[in-house]
Design a protein around this ligand. Structure first.
Ligand SMILES: Cc1cc2nc3c(=O)[nH]c(=O)nc-3n(C[C@H](O)[C@H](O)[C@H](O)COP(=O)(O)OP(=O)(O)OC[C@H]3O[C@@H](n4cnc5c(N)ncnc54)[C@H](O)[C@@H]3O)c2cc1C
Length: 473
């Protein structure tokens, strides 16, 4: 650690107390990682990247002082929620200071169908508080128990509930966000309604999100269902109809191609060997009707379990969205994944991918409303219809082969949000990237916030530094 960092560490200790300034190698290694190891490409690029210090401010005033000190020292600053992101989003590329938002977790209010919370509040806690008041989150990632509302808005996209409400970008889901700028005298900047979209999914490059207001949905009681069939198309036809049936209130429609269900070890006694499976969260009052409809279509209901309120495991959502990939990796470390969006001709697209890459791709489909529109070039957040997105599993052969699959997807109109890059713009389409870049210029004039992640931001003073820990001199 150089003199400047030692001096910064002393200032931060005096400010926060030594227990909230972390400098041990082991703890820093953990606080510098997320789930980028899902990707063999990112593992190669990011393994070993490490912050020089991590801090846990306990109030907005403490955060302001931390930012001021770091700004003066000219070191990179990376915000961290629960560190459950998938693309190395919170991995510091050039050392510096990780700001763990865990202690900024107050839930100020749940009122009038809106939650107002500090960015470090966990989604699981918010869901519990909201449900006690008659509400529920409109959409939440499958990591909802652990991940933070700020991390979801800065790094995530959608998940459970998105079948009805779309993702974070959709409609009026986000009422406001407040970010702290990274300047000599940090300011708070509040953005409301659609104006707040420029601060979403920017990997912490456009300010520290300190407070969020998200709209809620009236709460419902849910039944967790798993349907099974040896016939992929039969299950697909029914799941697609169910997803598009507005009269059925639901929070999840997911379909897995065999052998993906074989990876879900805790569910082994329910799942049928060799059969594809669909996982659903439907309003409890509709469960009998849904099961009768699926039986009439020749599907077997192999699991039925009410979701308790307040929520208590087991949750079938623990197998959906990007949890699926985690279960697969536990069984077979040679598996990796893609994030794709299929068109209205999804049946032909599935067949074509199987034909071009036999035995290499296994389909995991999620149905989603609004929020994300797919184009061959990627995704954007302005859709308004039900789409099928996929998080297909791929047996990893080489980086070239992965690129080949991505290229063919583009060729046949399957949109790809590439999960094998840590650069914002390469991971998905950002139709409002100019707004995001302008916001970054306004809030981060010295380019200290998570440098290297917003590729199209022209100013990265750390680029020439050695690409590893403690790089800034
Ligand atoms: C098993 C698994 C399943 C997942 N399923 C989903 C899913 O269903 N849907 C989905 O969208 N994502 C999913 N993810 C990704 C991730 O879990 C979510 O996006 C989650 O909401 C991230 O929250 P976090 O608190 O862990 O954020 P982190 O990983 O800590 O941070 C994410 C990004 O946001 C930035 N950030 C965090 N807090 C702030 C802040 N206060 N201000 C500014 N920047 C900040 C970080 O710098 C980083 O760039 C999954 C990941 C895993 C490992």
């Amino acid at each position: 650690m150089n003199d400047r960092l030692e001096c910064l560490r002393d200032e931060l200790r005096a400010l926060l107390g030594a227990e909230h300034v972390i400098d041990s190698d082991e703890a820093l290694a953990g606080l510098s990682k997320d789930f980028f190891w899902y990707s063999p490409v990112l593992s190669r690029q990011l393994d070993g990247k490490r912050a020089d210090l991590a801090v846990r401010p306990g109030s907005i005033d403490e955060l302001r002082a931390v930012v001021r000190f770091c700004f003066r020292a000219g070191v990179p600053i990376v915000s961290r929620g629960a560190g459950t992101g998938n693309y190395g989003q919170c991995v510091p590329l050039y050392g510096g200071v990780v700001v763990d938002m865990a202690r900024l977790d107050r839930i100020h209010s749940v009122a009038g169908g809106v939650v107002r919370a500090e960015a470090g509040a966990r989604l699981g806690t918010i869901e519990g508080v909201a449900r006690a008041a008659g509400w529920e989150l409109r959409c939440l990632p499958s990591t909802w128990v652990k991940s933070t509302i700020g991390g979801f808005l800065c790094g995530g996209s959608g998940g459970i509930g998105s079948i009805t409400w779309g993702g974070i970008n959709a409609g009026d889901n986000v009422k406001s966000v407040t970010v702290m700028t990274c300047e000599e005298e940090p300011r708070l900047l509040r953005m409301e309604e659609r104006d707040s979209l420029r601060a979403l999914h920017t990997y912490g490059t456009t300010g520290f999100m300190v407070e969020v207001e998200m709209r809620l949905a009236p709460k419902a009681d849910y039944e967790q269902l798993i349907l099974s069939s040896p016939d992929w198309d039969r299950l697909l036809d029914w799941s697609d109809r169910a997803a598009r049936n507005d009269a059925w209130h639901k929070r999840l429609v997911t379909q897995f191609e065999w052998p993906i269900p074989s990876y879900f070890k805790p569910l082994a006694k329910h799942l049928r060997s060799g059969e594809h499976a669909s996982f659903l969260l439907v309003a409890r009052s509709l469960a009998d009707e849904v099961i009768a409809s699926s039986a009439a279509a020749g599907l077997a209901c192999v699991y039925r379990q009410p979701l308790p309120d307040p929520p208590r495991p087991p949750f079938i959502t623990d197998y959906t969205w990007n949890h699926t990939t985690l279960w697969a990796l536990k069984s077979d470390p040679t598996v990796t994944y893609l994030q794709s969006g299929f068109g209205p001709n999804f049946r032909e697209q599935f067949a074509e991918l199987h034909r071009r890459f036999p035995g290499e791709i296994m389909f995991h489909l999620e149905w989603m409303a609004g929020g994300i529109k797919f184009t061959p070039g990627g995704m954007d957040g302005t859709g308004g219809h039900i789409v099928i997105i996929g998080i297909p599993l791929v047996f990893f052969r080489s980086e070239e082969r992965l690129q080949e699959i991505i290229r063919v997807c583009g060729e046949i109109g399957v949109g790809i949000a590439n999960p094998h890059t840590y650069r914002l713009e390469e991971g998905g389409r950002h139709p409002n990237i100019a707004d995001k870049r302008a916001l970054k210029a306004e809030v981060d004039p010295a380019g200290l916030l998570n440098p290297g992640k917003m590729k199209s931001y022209p100013h990265n003073r750390f680029e020439l530094a050695p690409p590893s820990a403690g790089a800034q001199g």
